[in-house]
Write a protein of this length. Structure first.
Length: 561
């Protein structure tokens, strides 16, 4: 620390590049500070630093961080603790950490192994114009930063940390229970599903919200290691239809299920909602590009004899885009589709009897989803949870039907089946070939040109945009990518795979397997620069990585021979 102070005093009022003199490692009484990367000028991306603390100094029980899910929970809590200390000490304008939100994600902001904890920070080094402010920098790095670390780690709320890790144990046990019961999801009684607003992920005030209560016929009780017995709605595999009037909570339930692929913090209202982690939200996406996707299970015999077994377009329609999104999700390994009628293409979801009479089947290339949803489950083992507000014909193909009434669920399967029997639908089932999804698509190296001018440019802008060379990848319709740090990690993954593995020898599914294998011990592998640690990445699922690849406008595919 003394050396750092002396260096900052020496370079005070010099040109900004002199800050490079503090690159390196400095020993403080309670931690080591690694200044890995110094920003080029005051207007460049901030400097990157690591605070390293040996576990012997922290005196924490290793049981808190030694297992996989506990390690994620532990590092998540430490990141929150550092963020809170920065805010309370009014240091967050100069020192930043990639702070978690309502969900608990594996992040690179804090890394913990059996020897040490590493906190990764971004720091704006102070300057007046391009002149170093050494005195202020010394105060920031040798006074404010140690104070933040002291508060956030040495005086961490141990009871809060233990509760956070215990919640992770319970969530892990709940996911194991759902899998063992061969089910899709569990929604605990007392959960608060509504959010503050459509753009605010925090829960609605419990005094204003109606808490979830499972129908007796769908209720299950699970014994969790810390919480004890918890009751909730267990959704079985198959075709599950959610119905109800407008504004009664149908889409709200589906949104909770699509976020149930992630664990949530205590107080979020969704901490005990878990969903099959392969669940993919499917929607129509007018205008997206499609590259050599076999959508023939849904769309065939297009006019002008255009092939759909290797369908390609720069401007997909609602129906072709929704068919594509399903096939691509299955190609990536999804076993559960989540669909909301409100964000679907009507002609893809169903054709009623009257329309069938006017437009005969031989003139209609679309096999509507209602005529494929049972094939998906019975032939491919892929379940569907679907929100329906105006199409009762789905009662015919449903295994279970839940009605949302004023945010309360009711099992109406029996009644729905009686209605379907008494008022038989006249619509004609579209005859089509047996459902089969076989993916042989292999991305080609020429697809991934990251050059922009003389340099390679791979970056993310918020949650929904990736800049890849001269191309922009739009992820606005990929609803389960929930954090900008995931988008950054997707961008890095694309570049990593392109550099090492995209050579026409691997299918897309095999590339996703490689990603999971090579990042199994952490996301640091994605960083292409030594000394520039990736402190702002969060783990994306294989499905969102596949979605980004499939939306790259320069994508070229060949089929496995």
């Amino acid at each position: 620390m003394k050396q750092l102070k002396e260096t900052l005093q020496r370079i005070d009022r010099k040109g900004y590049k002199a800050y490079n003199d503090i690159r390196g490692t400095f020993t403080f009484p309670s931690f080591r500070l690694h200044m890995d990367h110094i920003q080029a000028d005051p207007y460049a991306s901030p400097s990157r630093a690591r605070v390293e603390i040996n576990h012997r100094q922290l005196h924490m029980d290793k049981d808190l961080y030694e297992s996989g899910h506990r390690n994620v929970a532990f590092t998540d809590y430490v990141a929150r603790s550092v963020g809170k200390a920065l805010r309370q000490q009014k240091a967050e304008k100069s020192i930043f950490i990639d702070r978690p939100g309502q969900e608990i994600l594996e992040r690179t902001a804090v890394v913990c192994d059996m020897e040490k904890v590493e906190v990764r920070l971004s720091i704006h080094l102070p300057a007046r114009g391009r002149t170093i402010m050494g005195v202020q920098a010394s105060k920031l790095l040798t006074e404010q930063l140690p104070s933040v670390i002291e508060q956030a780690l040495y005086n961490i709320d141990m009871e809060g940390l233990k509760k956070h890790v215990a919640l992770s144990d319970d969530q892990q046990a709940l996911r194991a229970y759902v899998e063992e019961r061969d089910a899709l999801a569990f929604v605990a009684d007392g959960s608060i599903l509504p959010r503050v607003s459509g753009v605010e992920n925090r829960p609605l005030d419990p005094d204003r919200a109606i808490s979830f209560a499972s129908p007796e016929t769908m209720a299950a009780t699970v014994s969790l290691p810390h919480f004890g017995d918890i009751r909730g709605m267990l959704i079985p595999k198959g075709v599950h239809v959610i119905v109800g009037g407008g504004y009664h909570g149908k889409s709200t339930l589906l949104e909770a299920l699509e976020r149930g692929i992630y664990n949530h913090i205590d107080g979020d209202g969704r901490a005990y909602i878990v969903t099959d982690t392969s669940a993919c939200k499917i929607r129509a996406e007018d205008g997206r590009g499609v590259t050599n996707v076999n959508i023939s299970p849904f769309i065939d015999d297009l006019p002008n004899e255009k092939s759909t077994d290797r369908f390609q377009t720069d401007n997909a329609s609602g129906s072709t885009s929704q068919a594509t999104n399903i096939i691509e999700s299955l190609e990536a390994g999804s076993r559960l589709l989540l669909i909301d009628e409100d964000t679907s293409a009507t002609n893809f979801m169903i054709r009623d009897y009257r329309m069938q009479q006017l437009v005969s089947p031989d003139k209609e290339p679309i096999t509507p989803f209602i005529d494929r949803v049972r094939d998906l489950y019975e032939e491919e083992g892929v379940s569907t949870i679907i929100v329906v507000g105006g199409t009762g014909d789905y009662f015919d193909v449903a295994d279970t039907v839940t009605m949302m009434d004023a945010y309360r669920p009711y099992d109406v399967t029996g009644k729905a089946k009686d209605i379907a029997e008494e008022a038989r639908s006249q619509r004609i089932t579209h005859e089509s070939a047996p459902f089969s999804v076989t993916s042989t698509r292999q991305p080609l190296a020429k697809s991934f040109d990251a050059r922009r001018g003389k340099k390679e440019k791979v970056d993310a802008r918020g949650k929904h945009t990736i800049l890849y060379g001269k191309e922009t990848i739009d992820l606005s319709a990929v609803e389960q990518c929930i954090d900008p740090s995931q988008t950054r990690a997707i961008a890095r993954t694309l570049h990593y795979l392109a550099k090492k593995y995209v050579n026409g020898n691997y299918t897309l599914g095999e590339l996703l397997d490689i990603y999971e294998r090579e990042t199994s011990s952490g996301l640091d592998e994605l960083s292409p620069f030594k000394g520039k640690h990736p402190g702002d990445l969060a783990r994306p699922r294989r499905f969102e990585i596949a979605a980004a690849i499939n939306r790259l406008r320069t994508l070229s595919m060949q089929h496995e021979r």
